[in-house]
Ligand binder design. Structure first.
Ligand code: ZN
Ligand code: ZN
Length: 452
């Protein structure tokens, strides 16, 4: 049984397994995979981790919970994640083996050679649907928190800001908030002023639940205001549900008011699909390369695509390296895999009017932080160029980067763009920066106000 949402990987695995004489069933998501596992009781399951619906961690748990009925199925996790926490969580969830893509067919064959075959019959497979765009008026994007990892207030970060991730997007009447880092507190104050005692209705999209993306939520005014409604949308984590994670950070050990004691109408909706609506705005999601279950979102607005990809490690693009530095040259299949994964992200961000993307490290810093789950600015720019985005916003600034360091990074990014002969516009996210996207405006669909 092969469960993987990426058709290219699935086909490759199926081809190799069939060549080894296995009867193979395949599914492109965890729920369909579990249903087929129940029907066919396979000898082995090869399972991806980040998939729509039930994620791979929970596929492992579900199979182990039915051990009496399903018997001893060998579970091989095949994943793009080399993060130690993901490996540990997968093995704890019941995986027998953890292989990092690009996986070697020989390695799989060696594991399966020790697995007893069982007889079976019948086929199956599924394909995910595509969603259309919605409508509304103008789109306004305002940055309330732009910092990664931890808040960094102080005299050296006043221009770009020290609050962690929070971006407000207004599509017509809809208020969509992207992540709930410490910046969300100021947004809450602003909404209270704007609505002057009237109820506020907000959709809050969470990319993941690392602290810098949820820590401001308890301080977001509208969740405490009677009549207001805050709908939190996000995905189940590797270890527990979204609701449990959000409740935990408001446990009385950490915060005086529990999630179930709020005066406002806060509801948590765990998503099981990669295409959905936030209010009336169609949204697409994609898993990114970052520890745990982390997503990026694309909002389909009448003024074009707004792509929010705050935490991802864009895999390194080939680039000239200084002769002195001699990092091992990537193996050809690793380079192929990197280019395949980047291609998926580029397709996701294709032609975006606004592409807000992780650019935490300089090339020099990245050499020492490969595998940490954040991007080198050079790769972020290459991704934006490949995606033919219109405007790249460098995001998730490193806590050690003072204003001058971010200025230098913006300059560096613009030089790469100039050398590429592209019209891509590049800026760094700054607290207070507001961008307005106009329906069908050309050639530059954005007008920027200076940071507050
Ligand atoms: Zn982060
Ligand atoms: Zn993170």
């Amino acid at each position: 049984m092969v469960i993987d949402d990426e058709p290219v990987i699935r086909e490759m695995l199926v081809r190799h397994l069939e060549a080894q004489g296995w009867r193979v069933f395949e599914a492109d998501n965890g729920d369909a995979g579990l249903a087929l596992v129940g029907t066919h009781r396979p000898s082995a399951v090869l399972c991806d981790l980040l998939m729509p619906g039930t994620n791979g961690f929970n596929v492992c748990r579900a199979i182990r919970a039915r051990r009496d009925e399903l018997g001893a199925i060998t579970i091989i996790v095949t994943t793009g994640s080399s993060f130690p926490a993901d490996r540990q969580n997968a093995l704890e969830a019941g995986a027998d083996h953890y292989l990092v893509k690009p996986v070697s067919p020989k390695e799989i064959a060696a594991i399966l050679s020790a697995v007893p075959a069982r007889p079976c019959d019948c086929p199956s497979a599924v394909a995910p649907p595509r969603a259309a765009c919605g409508e509304a008026d103008s789109t306004r994007v305002r940055f309330w928190g732009v910092r990664g990892s931890i808040a960094t207030p102080g005299p050296d970060t006043v221009r770009y800001g020290g609050n962690t991730t929070c971006v407000e997007v207004r599509v017509g009447e809809e208020i969509i908030v992207l992540d709930a880092g410490t910046g969300i507190r100021l947004l809450g104050e602003q909404l209270r002023r704007e609505f002057a005692g009237q109820p506020v209705k907000v959709h809050l999209l969470l990319t993941h639940t690392h602290w810098d993306h949820i820590q401001g939520l308890p301080f977001f005014g509208p969740i405490h205001d009677r009549g207001s409604s805050v709908t939190v949308l996000g995905y189940e984590g590797a270890r527990q549900s979204l609701l449990k994670t959000l409740s935990s950070q408001m446990d009385s050990t950490f915060f005086p008011v529990g999630l179930d004691q709020l005066a406002g109408g806060l509801s948590v909706r765990e998503l099981h699909e990669l295409e959905f609506r936030a209010g009336r705005v169609p949204v697409q999601a994609i898993f990114t390369h970052h520890p745990g279950v982390t997503l990026a979102y694309r909002l389909h607005t009448p003024a074009g695509g707004v792509v929010f990809m705050p935490d991802t490690e864009v895999l390194p693009y080939p680039r000239p390296r200084p002769a002195a530095a001699t990092p091992a040259q990537a193996a050809p299949d690793t380079e192929d895999f990197n280019s395949y994964k980047n291609q998926l992200l580029a397709e996701f961000a294709r032609g975006a009017e606004l592409f807000i993307c992780d650019a935490q490290y300089t090339a020099e810093e990245y050499e020492r932080r490969v595998g940490w789950g954040h991007s080198c600015i050079d790769d972020t720019v290459q991704l934006a160029l490949q995606a033919q985005a219109k405007h790249l916003i460098l995001f998730h600034h490193d806590p050690t980067h003072e204003d001058a360091a971010i200025d230098a990074m913006v300059e560096h990014a613009r030089q790469i763009v100039a050398r590429a002969g592209s019209s891509l516009r590049v800026d760094a996210a700054a607290e207070g920066l507001e961008l307005v996207l106009h329906r069908k405006a050309r050639p530059s669909p954005l007008s920027a106000a200076p940071p507050a």
